[in-house]
Write a protein that binds this ligand. Structure first.
Ligand code: AMP
Length: 571
């Protein structure tokens, strides 16, 4: 396939808002691609040339890309940039200025060029990248240039989520979009869409046999919530409860030689914890994959400090001084692979046994504190104990539960009470729009339109307007800094909204909010019609608490969870 034909598909997909129609177009596209092209095309659809966990970025700012365009056109850089500022979209300017061309560049060739561009680094790379991009643009037709430029500048916004790509792959390759779970399983175990596409081409058998691989992040298992110890006992019966630590969740991979640490968002954050790795290297000798919560402790009192403190380690150059100021300790709560054997399908009790015998308590890490719970009284006492030592609450786990990669379910139930408000827990919501502020807030955002995630439909459903809880710094600096790059003219096709904010955003920023209550609302689309016809669910008196950069939009609170929270209010 030519990149031109691919770009035509992208343009059609971008203009479409119906999910089923998008799936149909994607699967038509996939059916047209050769086996060699398919995995690459799948990556390009996500705006990448390698799976996200490899951290391969293009490193081309919009201004640099404009220079490349000027070079390709033999035009003046200043003039091109001026036009970009007028039009507001570099791709459109390329489309306007480049001549139409017959034929098209082969998709694989564009992929190779983009890969080479992303891999180039070090001294002089900026200039080389510019020249490489210019050479590609010189051969490109206007529509090809639009998408090449959007991809390299990180602005490809098709509004197509991974779940949708998997469903279209199931349709195109396995002939049935109902077979998405088969692909999803492979994806949850490897976090690698291109690899899943390759496996799908080999057939269902190959997909079913895929196992976790050291070095490839496993998509993390997530917890449901229940508001009272009584309900937890009713749901789980006799179970294992663990302290719920408030730090950063890390997945550590060791192949006997090399280490990888992945975040909840499947980013490679190995560089953030050299001190932890040293301790792991010293004590744990066999290859493994484990999960832990990395918690910063007060260097003087030894008390655990909340999640935000971990952010101090997210710097380009982590110094010894920073590591001493923000010392971490890891509480290991999962062992998913040990010495050649995947453990995900074992019951929790069995995994826990292996974990305890493999992970000795040491100065930098230890197994999470866990206890068998048989009664409500025991659960309450353990909960108070967790709070007393400075942790957040409890994680209650089904003893016979397997590790369900990438899934949220009742095999893990979190138990924490919100301070003050009536709701049992805070919500993590995605910012999808905003209204301009007035008075003291003029010139910045006055309130945000936030949404929950609906995984079945792969879309974001609005649940509230949030205007309180922000500091002046949030309003003047942090919010514009984070939200401006996500602005878009129209709502993303993945956002379902009835309200019309002044500005729309690509779903990207996740924030944690608390609220007093959940109410029915004709204006919000969260779980629309699920509880009552013609009504969605909305938050009453919402308040911003903190940024959740550790979460992807797809990891936000789901609409179904809001339904459960709504129902719990009456219990
Ligand atoms: P939440 O972020 O509120 O959905 O809570 C789930 C998170 O709690 C997990 O992703 C972990 O980062 C964290 N956590 C803390 N302690 C534990 C534990 N003992 N078991 C599992 N997860 C834990």
């Amino acid at each position: 396939m030519t990149f031109k034909r691919f770009a035509e598909y992208l343009a059609r997909i971008e203009a479409e808002s119906g999910r089923l129609e998008i799936i149909r177009m994607l699967s038509e596209l996939f059916s047209e691609l050769s086996p060699e092209e398919l995995p690459k095309a799948v990556l390009l659809l996500t705006g990448r040339v390698a799976p996200e966990f490899l951290g391969l970025e293009f490193g081309v700012a919009e201004k640099e890309a404009a220079k490349a365009l000027a070079l390709a056109l033999g035009a003046d850089e200043g003039e091109v940039w001026k036009r970009v500022r007028e039009v507001g979209d570099l791709g459109r300017v390329a489309e306007e200025l480049l001549p139409e061309r017959e034929g098209g560049i082969p998709l694989l060739e564009v992929y190779q060029e983009l890969l080479a561009l992303a891999q180039d680094s070090g001294p002089g790379s900026q200039l080389r990248k510019r020249e490489r991009l210019a050479a590609l643009l010189k051969r490109a037709s206007p529509l090809e240039a639009v998408y090449i430029l959007r991809i390299v500048t990180g602005r490809l916004r098709l509004g197509v989520g991974e779940a949708t790509i998997l469903e279209a792959l199931a349709q195109a390759v396995l002939g049935d979009r109902g077979k998405r779970p088969l692909l999803e399983r492979a994806y949850n175990l490897t976090s690698d869409l291109a690899y899943v596409a390759e496996l799908a081409l080999k057939g269902e058998e190959a997909l079913a046999q895929v196992q976790v691989q050291v070095g490839k992040p496993i998509r993390m298992m997530l917890a449901e919530r229940l508001p009272s110890p009584e309900m937890i006992m009713k749901k789980l019966g006799r179970h294992i409860a663990e302290y719920k630590y408030d730090g950063e969740r890390i997945q550590v991979h060791y192949d006997g030689e090399r280490f990888w640490i992945y975040s909840r968002r499947i980013e490679n954050i190995t560089h953030q914890y050299p001190d932890l790795l040293e301790a792991f290297r010293e004590h744990l000798k066999k290859p493994y994959i484990l999960e832990a919560e990395a918690v910063v402790h007060d260097p003087v009192t030894g008390e655990p400090l909340p999640f935000q403190y971990v952010l101090n380690r997210k710097v380009k150059h982590l110094t010894e001084a920073l590591m001493e100021r923000y010392p971490v300790r890891a509480y290991v709560f999962e062992l998913l692979y040990l010495d050649g054997e995947p453990l995900l399908d074992l019951p929790l009790v069995e995994r826990r046994k292996r974990l305890e015998s493999f992970v000795p308590p040491s100065e930098r890490f230890e197994p999470s504190t866990a206890r068998w719970i048989e009664t409500v009284e025991e659960l309450e006492a353990f909960y108070e104990e967790a709070l007393e030592v400075g942790d957040e609450g409890l994680m209650c786990k089904k003893p016979d539960g397997n590790y369900e990669a990438g899934k949220r379910g009742f095999k893990w139930v979190k138990f924490k009470r919100a301070a003050g408000g009536r709701l049992a827990d805070t919500l993590d919501v995605v910012v999808v729009g905003a209204w301009w502020g007035r008075g003291r807030r003029s010139g910045t955002y006055g309130s945000l339109l936030v949404a929950t995630y609906n995984p079945e439909e792969d879309r974001f459903e609005t649940v509230s307007k949030v205007g309180s809880g922000f500091t002046d710094e949030d309003l003047q600096k942090i919010l514009p800094q984070r939200l401006d790059p996500l602005r878009r003219e129209e709502p993303s096709p993945r956002v379902w909204a009835l309200l019309e904010p002044d500005v729309w955003f690509e779903p990207g920023l996740v924030i944690e909010v608390e609220a007093q209550e959940i109410t029915l609302s004709p204006n919000h689309t969260c779980a629309y019609g699920k509880v009552k016809e013609g009504r969605g669910l909305a938050l009453r008196f919402p308040r911003f608490l903190r940024y959740r950069d550790d979460k992807k939009p797809e990891e936000a609170t789901t609409s179904q969870e809001v339904v459960e929270l709504y129902r719990m209010q009456w219990k």
